[in-house]
Structure formats: C-alpha cells, structure tokens
Design a protein around this ligand. Sequence first.
Ligand code: G3P
Ligand code: CA
Length: 254
Amino acid sequence: QGEEELVLKDKPVQIYAHRGAKDRANEATLAAYDIAAKDGVDALEIDLRMTKDGVLVAMHDKMIDRTTDGIGNVETYTLEQLKRFNTVGVFNGSEMREPIPTLEEILQRYGKRETYYIETRLVGDQLKMEETLIQLLNDHDVLASQFVMLQSFSDASLARLTELAPEIPLTKLIRRGEFKLDEALQSPYQTIGAEAGDLHEADVQALRTAGKAVHVYFTDSDTEREEQQRVNEYGIDGLFTDQIEFTKKLLETE
Ligand code: G3P
Ligand code: CA
C-alpha cells in the first residue's frame, strides 16, 4: 500500500442527482432534492427555466405538460400563476403533488450544505437568464467553485456565463447523437457532458489525456444501469444519475 498507489488512484467518480431523486419523488421538486441531499450526492442537478416575470424555476421542459397538472409554456406564466400548478407523480402507488420550486427556494433550503450543478435551458439562443442566475448565486453567497458548477447545451449561454463568472467551472453538454471527439477536444470548456450511448472508452481516454473531465448523462431509463456500469469502466469523472442508490452501490463495489 505504498504512496505510488495513492498517487496513481484517480479521484472518485462524482454522483450528480439528476433533477433530484427522480425515482422516488417528482423530478425537480424540493421533495426530490431533499431525498438526494439525504442520500449524500456530490451535487444536485437543476435545470432552469425563466417565468414571464423573470423568475428562475427548476423545470426541465419548456412546457409544463409532462410534469404538472397544467399545460403551456413556462415562459408564458408569471411565478404567481405557475405556483397555482403542482407537479404530479405516482410513487409506490400513491400520488405525489409538489409545487414547482424557484431556484431561490432551493438555494435558501440547502445553502452551503450542497453543491448545485445548474443547467441553463434556452429557447433558441436567447440569453435571458444568465445575469439573473449569477446575481442570485452571488446574493446567496454560493458563487464559488465549491458550491456551483454550471452546464449548458448552448455555446452562447456558456460564453456569457464565462464573462459573468469566470471562476465557476463550466460544462459543455453535447446532445445525444452529436458527440464528435475532435470537437469535444477543441471545446474551450473544461468539462464535457455527453450521453452515455455516444461514448467509447477511447473517447474518454482521449478527453482525459487532454486534461478534460467527462460527465455522463443517460436518456434511456431501460438501459441506464448497464450503461452506468459500462461507462464507469472508462474512467469517467462524474455521472448524472436517475438512480442514486444503484449508482452508490456500483461505485462502492469497485
Ligand atoms: O444536464 C445533464 C443532463 O441532464 C442533460 O440532459 O435533457 O436531462 O437536461 P437533460
Ligand atoms: Ca439537465
């Protein structure tokens, strides 16, 4: 058990709770983030949308139809209107109804106890939310790399975030089916977020050799477990999991 082994050992793979513990509570709600926080993950993953009156809320989709009892585009509602809807889900045979949280409510609830891995989700390339986001993080005293990581599919958003908060680590997300190693290697961002199905071991090795970190997300719940096992063998840096308990066991048994 010499120093050599310690030096050679990689950092542990980080676990990011994808929209909270979405296997046990309505995604992107305080209930889902509470479970994830209790499970002890490395970061809470939060997708952001902006309301008509400029408030940032945790919501993945542009439309509220899939996850709530309402219909329509998030952007067409004020916060007060949006709060009249609830997210709806069924867990263990019981219906769960939870409000849509604002980012501010999330930051107030967990403060500096959690790390936030926040995704700016844009309609087109309209840069509406970046300044509000950075201001809010600053107001809550978490605008620092130990508390926040930011991610986006949008190059325009990442460029703006770089201007506003150069100290915060940024992840360039690549859409499923669009991963190209040469483009990823040329990305100005330190971390690449790719869909598991697009990644081969040689890609991960090439990115890490070039000094980039690789975070992996999964879009197919039927294959997520086997895909987690597969990409974990490649020496990735982190993964966005929908199944925290499974992922913790997977990483513990290495
Ligand atoms: O943010 C990583 C991953 O969540 C990207 O996919 O569509 O679930 O936001 P999506
Ligand atoms: Ca996301």
